[in-house]
Design a protein. Structure first.
Length: 397
């Protein structure tokens, strides 16, 4: 029988009742993050965004939510199952992309690289303090001249006794200027790919970190240029497992799983705000929600958000059963990033001029979507990864 009641509640848009698939633990984690986002992040984030300042205290509050380290088990990490992990990304993204990216870079890319590609000794050495947010991590892959083409990074690592000597530049590195350890991806003299962990970067000779300014999206997380001139990193700080870009790509595929959820959350956050606004805002003596043209936008947004949620749920089933391929993660990221851009723009226009004011949140989410569209593989790169799997032919070059 059809349920006539619109299933939109203040607890989150869930048209296809996906909440019914969650177990109590997943629901509890989701609600804990949601509560923190709604009570702490949403009321406080906008001035930080406006000043392009990192909200350290808000970010440190994540420590108490039991989510740091994501799916990593042991070492004080959260040990979330993949669905709980996705829900965390979704809820954070509904509130703010900068906080989400702080979490994604630290917990996903940096801790994820160590968890997946480090030795036991390296995990023991770094992960416990990172799980407590006592040490913050960054992930340095992109370079000024090597963005999408990161497989050809130019940064070099030359062996010199019991150290590697790093030379090169990195760009866009999130958390770098506040990081206690930065994983630098470089090629050694044998042409092998490696992850080199620079500890205490502020006190390392030859290393310069300079925050980028003038960024129009995710302004409350800082991204930096890193310049390395003969930076010495102990041999023991080379991640044990990676030898080719394919190893790093495993971390990136997990990242794309998270970013697919992030895109869905970003879109859902914008849609929920627009729906509320449309019911409250009156023009021509009526709520604007009563106009067909506004309802068209609302339905369009609701449908896209629901489709994004469904993709995320199935992708999660695939990752949980060890069936997710790189191209599956890319397809989800490709679809959801595109749709997040579309939905946040519809939400913005539904709110008229007020949609352009940072204090109303949707403008911020709209620029979050621009970043989502570009990082963790641009739209085109994820498309090409899917195309390669479909045809067996690489069209990258
Ligand atoms: C806010 C933000 C945070 C980031 N954080 C990090 C981080 O913490 N660590 C990190 O290492 N990196 C980070 N990045 C970098 C990000 O991963 C890169 O921006 C991304 O990989 C794209 O590289 P690029 O910007 O150099 O664009 P380019 O690679 O120069 O691409 C420019 C355009 O060309 C297209 N293009 C490129 N190659 C092809 C091709 N073969 N076929 C068709 N089209 C193509 C692209 O899709 C894009 O539209 C971040 C970026 C941003 C914006």
């Amino acid at each position: 029988m059809l349920n006539e009641k619109a299933p939109t509640t203040t607890s989150g848009f869930d048209f296809f009742k996906l909440d019914s698939f969650l177990n109590d633990e997943q629901r509890a984690i989701r609600d804990r993050v949601r509560e923190y986002v709604q009570s702490q992040i949403m009321p406080n984030i906008s001035p930080y965004w406006d000043r392009a300042e990192f909200p350290r205290e808000l970010a440190m509050g994540l420590r108490d939510l039991g989510i740091i380290g994501g799916v990593i088990r042991g070492y004080g990490s959260a040990g979330l199952d993949p669905l709980a992990m996705g829900l965390v990304k979704y809820e954070l993204a509904k509130g703010d992309g900068s906080i989400n990216t702080f979490y994604g870079v630290h917990s996903g890319l940096a801790m994820g690289s160590i968890g997946l590609l480090g030795s036991n000794e390296q995990r023991e050495r770094w992960l416990p303090a990172m799980s407590r947010l006592e040490k913050i991590g960054a992930f340095g892959l992109t370079e000024p001249e090597q963005g999408s083409d990161a497989v050809h990074v130019r940064t070099t690592a030359r062996l010199d006794g019991d150290h590697y000597v790093l030379n090169g530049t990195k760009r866009w590195i999130g958390n770098a200027s506040i990081a206690d350890l930065i994983i630098i991806w470089a090629r050694d003299e044998d042409g092998q790919f490696g992850g080199f962990v620079i500890e205490d970067p502020k006190h390392v000779a030859g290393l310069e970190i300079e925050d980028l300014t003038g960024k129009i999206g995710k302004r409350a997380i800082l991204n930096a240029d890193i310049r390395m001139k003969d930076v010495r990193v102990p041999v023991a700080n080379r991640l044990a497992k990676p030898r080719s870009f394919k190893d790093t790509a495993k971390v990136l595929a997990l990242g794309r799983f998270g970013v697919s959820w992030e895109a869905a959350g970003c879109a859902a956050g914008a849609f929920e705000l627009a729906l509320k606004y449309a019911k409250e805002r009156e023009q021509f003596g009526k709520p604007i929600a009563s106009f067909q043209l506004i309802q068209q936008k609302l339905v369009e947004m609701a449908t896209e958000v629901t489709a994004m949620q469904l993709i995320c749920f199935q992708l999660t089933q695939l990752i949980a059963s060890d069936q997710m391929t790189e191209a599956m993660a890319s397809m989800a990221k490709y679809n959801n990033a595109r749709k997040a851009r579309y939905v946040t723009q519809l939400a913005r226009e539904t709110m008229g001029g007020n949609g352009l004011l940072i204090e109303n949140h949707v403008a911020r989410l709209m620029t979050d979507a621009e970043v989502i569209y570009t990082y963790e593989g641009t739209n085109e790169i994820n498309m090409l990864l899917v195309g390669r799997e479909l045809t067996g032919i690489s069209a990258f070059t």
